[in-house]
Design a protein around this ligand. Structure first.
Ligand code: IVH
Length: 762
């Protein structure tokens, strides 16, 4: 390991190859074996070194380099790939008797009593084929119509658990068939986030996966956690297999993740037993399964059995009945979210489903309820999306009680917020689903002081992804609000240690079933919380603060992008970038409206048509000019029209203004740690943009301090001197790097020269 971090050898090609191999090995250790050998920081260092080298040596670029997993430029559309071997389907069977028929057919056609077969879960994902040539991922494609599919190589490359290179052992050609999926837990997180941001949720992990793979922008794919499991062999050259186990051994040697668990049986009884065992076990797997695949193990036997035009005769899929159960909708309760959004929740007669008892299910919003005409007292069919999220699929209308009424949230709540009794407001939210605009009807509590909102806002503010306030979970947030010690997150900054320590929490349930005495928050926890508040005040970067503010439609990714574009929180509140985006959106709306070709509002006569055309052209010019002014910033879709408008609305609102004043009084103005608004052009704010530094020797302050200064000004610091290094900042000592820099003609500066450089640059 020491070897890897020490000075690179003179030959960049060798160094690049070593780094690529090592980074892939660490990917495997981290993602597939959960046994990392190096820290994240060390990984990042190697990664950056490789990035630098690749930048300096464009001739050594490789699409399968680990640096390419973060996603490149968006595509215009997917290219088509002709499959080397058709991607067949599997014959489905639904009854144990049909499994018997299948097994007897095998016995008859192969003339044997015992037939070695494997049984494995059928993954409910999206089929993919992966072509490796000479150990390198050549391309990846979807099934398409079975003969031709979409080339989704760039999207597949973002899946870190999948090796892009296979090493020494790899045959000349290896086609792997497998399934791309979104792990259940990640699916749940994604949907929660989308729900919170007012976006339509995905019905199940398969839809989320398919939707993600259809993205033309691989960066958007890289942000979504997909995984892949191999389950089959396609075309191959330079290797032969006698059975499924041989094939699995190769997958393991190459580090390609494969479908597990897997059973080996050779009798019908054994197969049936396994199918039943898998039915209970599958709910514990991290992905969706809808069946058990039974495959003849011997490849000679497969050859002998052959295939129909649709499916091979050597495999069958036993499909488990979908897990859905009828139950009674007893009531609809309503939760108040952080932004005041009111979310209806179904209170169900408890029913066992996919391994747990389900008693509640989210109903998302009023549109969801109305589309399905769900009514109180209905018998409803429930299932679990992604094995996790209970959801109502439909109503059993035959069992509907007489005189039931369509559900109205307003009526149900008597027009009042269930937490603070303020009048509720209705808003229509336009969202895109499958490329189409549609309206979601939501109800809100408009009272910014609502205690339920205060609690969820505080929880949101304190979570690790936000300001990471220690010990501030839901129960503490409730007590702080109840006791009136803190009504809004910013009130936290005025609390004393004594106030916090004396906060009374609910009694705990003891093991005996009795309750403990009321507990105090206590001195120790109080001082930890105060320390993390102080850290939030002085150190937490802008991105975390933006996320923590809980502005609607502004999630983690948007917050990071906003912090890249703005240096201070106060810049954000008065942002020209966001205003420009808002203006573009407004102009575009006007343009659509007044377009002489608008079929809904056609021009009355020729004169109006001309007038509208003139305005249309004018707007077009303005839009182009505004877009040009933003082009160099390469703003990601995370900061689009919706998020931009939402941020501006917030800071222009009374509540937002109040927040700004409070922050000012508290002396809080968080600073961005990833500020780089103009990634292509050097600007006055970023005098060191594009410059690469290496730091060595002993300086008057820690290296991290210098690194910070350089990065703040748009420069970059790497660990080793190469041709792409612009400056070596050298203190006392630092011999070998100094020699290397001298040899390569890299400018060497001492601290005095460094100050000159900063002076002249700013
Ligand atoms: S073996 C000739 N094993 O299900 C096809 N397929 O409905 C042999 N699938 O196209 C495929 N899990 O994409 C196999 N463990 C598994 C599977 C699996 C999911 C998919 C696969 C196939 C489709 C057929």
């Amino acid at each position: 390991m020491d070897d890897l971090f020490s000075q690179p050898p003179a030959n960049p090609a060798t160094r690049i190859a070593t780094l690529r191999e090592e980074l892939e090995r660490h990917n495997r250790l981290y993602y597939n074996e959960a046994q990392p050998e190096i820290s994240d920081a060390e990984y990042d260092r190697l990664f950056r070194e490789l990035e630098d080298l690749e930048q300096a040596h464009p001739d050594l670029a490789d699409p399968n380099s680990p640096t390419q997993r973060v996603g490149g430029t968006p595509l215009e559309g997917f290219q088509q790939r002709q499959h080397l071997i058709p991607m067949l389907s599997i014959d489905d069977v639904f009854e144990e008797a049909e499994v018997g028929d299948f097994f007897k057919r095998l016995q008859k056609n192969l003339g044997a009593d015992q037939i070695p077969v494997t049984i494995e879960p059928k993954i409910d994902g999206v089929a993919v084929t992966l072509i490796y040539r000479h150990g390198n991922l050549d391309y990846a494609a979807t099934r398409g119509d079975g003969t031709r599919g979409d080339d989704i190589t760039n999207n597949i490359r973002t899946i870190r658990s999948l090796p892009l290179t296979l090493g020494e052992d790899a045959p000349t050609l290896l086609e792997i068939r497998g399934e791309v999926y979104m792990p259940n837990a990640e699916f749940a997180k994604l949907n929660e986030q989308r729900d919170e941001e007012g976006l339509p949720t995905f019905a199940n992990p398969r839809n989320a996966t398919a939707g993600t793979l259809k993205q033309l922008n691989p960066k958007a794919v890289a942000a979504r956690p997909l995984a892949v499991l191999a389950h089959g062999l396609g075309a191959h050259e330079g290797i032969s297999f006698s059975n499924e186990d041989d094939f699995h051994a190769l997958l393991d040697r190459c580090g390609i993740p494969r479908n597990q668990p897997i059973w080996h049986k050779d009798s019908l009884d054994g197969v049936l037993e396994t199918i039943r065992e898998l039915d209970t076990l599958r709910h514990g797997l991290p992905y969706q399964t809808d069946g058990a695949v039974i495959k003849v193990s011997s490849f000679d036997d497969r050859q002998a059995l052959g295939a129909t035009s649709r499916a091979p005769r050597w495999a069958a899929a036993f499909k488990y009945p979908p897990e859905q159960k009828p139950t009674l909708l007893r009531d609809i309760s309503v939760q108040v979210g952080r932004t005041g959004i009111l979310t209806p929740v179904a209170e169900l007669e408890p029913v066992p489903l996919s391994g747990t008892t389900v008693a509640r299910a989210t109903l998302h919003n009023e549109s969801f309820i109305q589309e399905r005409d769900i009514r109180l007292g209905d018998t409803v069919l429930v299932h679990k999306a992604g094995e996790i999220i209970p959801e109502i699929l439909s109503v059993v209308t035959a069992q509907r009680p007489a005189h039931s009424q369509p559900f109205s949230l307003h009526q149900h709540l008597g027009g009042k917020c269930p937490a603070c009794a303020a009048p509720i407001e209705r808003r229509e939210n336009a969202v895109k689903k499958d490329g189409e605009d549609y309206l979601v009807l939501t109800w809100w509590c408009g009272n910014f002081e609502c205690p339920a909102q205060a609690v969820t806002r505080m929880k949101h503010f304190a979570q690790r992804k936000a300001l990471d306030l220690e010990g501030l979970g839901e129960s503490v947030a409730i007590k702080l609000v109840e006791s009136d010690l803190a009504r809004s997150p910013l009130d936290l900054f005025s609390l004393s240690e004594e106030q916090l320590a004396n906060l009374l929490l609910d009694p705990a349930k003891l093991q005996s079933g009795e309750e403990s005495k009321p507990r105090r928050f206590g001195e120790k926890k109080a001082s930890l919380l105060l320390a993390s508040l102080e850290k939030a005040r002085t150190e937490q970067p802008l991105a975390k603060w933006i996320f923590a503010m809980g502005i609607p439609h502004v999630g983690e990714a948007s917050s990071k992008e906003l912090a890249r574009l703005h240096e201070r929180l106060t810049d954000l509140a008065d942002s020209d970038i966001l205003k420009t985006i808002r203006n573009i959106t407004d102009f575009e709306a006007e343009q659509r409206n007044i377009s002489p070709r608008n079929k809904e509002i056609p021009p009355k006569d020729e004169a109006e048509k001309e007038e509208r055309q003139a305005r249309y052209n004018e707007l077009k010019e303005q839009i182009t000019a505004l877009q040009d002014s933003l082009a160099a910033k390469q703003i990601s879709p995370d900061v689009g029209p919706v998020a931009s408008a939402s941020v501006l609305d917030f800071f222009e609102s009374e509540a937002g203004q109040h927040v700004l004043e409070r922050l000012h009084t508290l002396g809080i103005n968080p600073r961005s740690d990833n500020y780089a608004p103009d990634p292509t052009a050097a600007s006055a704010d970023l005098p060191l943009l594009g410059k690469t530094f290496v730091i060595t020797g002993t300086l008057s302050a820690g290296r991290d301090e210098f690194k910070n200064l350089i990065e703040k000004r748009g420069g970059k610091v790497t660990g080793s001197v190469s041709k792409s290094t612009d400056f070596l900042l050298a203190g006392e000592g630092g011999g070998s790097k100094r020699d290397k820099a001298a040899k390569l003609g890299v400018t060497i500066i001492d601290e005095a020269a460094w100050h000159d450089l900063l002076g002249s640059a700013s």
